[in-house]
Design a binder for this molecule. Structure first.
Ligand code: TZP
Ligand code: MG
Length: 228
């Protein structure tokens, strides 16, 4: 099947820089055993939230894959869909994660209802305060460190920014971007309720072990015991 062009309006210079980015990203971001295996291993290791983030597949393919992931998460992990409220509705996921330029939170809430989880990406305390006022259930704050996984993530805002956001709002703060086992201490110590680690987990040789090790570090810092 022909590869779908995710952005038909892109210019040729955008295409060239996207190609460089993708080449670099693909060399770094390789899910070694595939998405479903990675989700299964992470959830078995104790991961409590899974977000389906897919930018290129057709809606039908996304729904099929999301339905499989939902089965793996069922009763064990919260399952959120990135960007796509329609896909979230189609598979009856637990909610969505949306960005600053997506549908307003209030509109997403009208569509999804009070019981679904809605998270919003924020980059600073002002956006976090707005997100909370609009009815977001949590904020995804990032990018904390530099990352190759998201092309437009910008420079890392640093772990100290987590403290500012944590102090400004009551809803959960989920830190994202360039987080690995070496720097995740600073993320939790600065007040993140939880963290996202994409490349650190899916590019590892053993997704289950890597997830467990993250969880153990987080629990040790929060004083909530080990995953074993
Ligand atoms: N939003 C901000 S950074 C990022 C997203 C989706 C990617 C994080 O990926 P990684 O591999 O954990 O740096
Ligand atoms: Mg988005």
């Amino acid at each position: 099947m022909e590869k779908k062009n995710c952005n038909p309006k892109e210019t040729s210079s955008q295409k060239a820089s996207d190609k460089n980015h993708l080449t670099l990203k693909n060399s770094l971001l390789k899910a070694k055993k595939g998405t479903l295996s990675d989700v299964k291993e992470s959830v078995e290791a104790g991961c409590k939230i899974v977000q389906y983030r897919e930018k290129c597949k057709s809606t039908g393919e996304m729904i099929d894959e999301a339905a499989e992931i939902k089965k793996i998460c069922s009763g064990r992990a919260i399952f959120l869909i990135n960007d796509r409220i329609d896909v979230s509705l189609a598979v009856d996921a637990d909610g969505v994660h949306i960005g600053q330029d997506d549908m307003p939170i209030e509109t997403a809430r009208k569509i999804l209802g009070a019981n679904k989880i809605i998270g919003l990406t924020v980059h600073n305390a002002d956006e976090a305060i707005e997100a909370e006022k609009s009815g977001a259930d949590y904020v995804g704050l990032g990018s904390i460190f530099d990352t190759f996984t998201k092309k437009d993530a910008g420079k890392g805002i640093g772990p100290a920014s987590i403290r500012e956001v944590r102090n400004a709002i009551k809803i959960s703060v989920v830190a994202i971007g360039g987080i690995n086992k070496e720097n995740c201490r600073s993320v939790i110590e600065n007040g993140a309720d939880s963290l996202v680690a994409i490349s650190a987990v899916v590019c590892s040789d053993d997704v289950k072990k890597e997830t467990r090790e993250f969880i153990d570090i987080i629990r040790e810092i929060k004083g909530t015991g080990s995953s074993k």
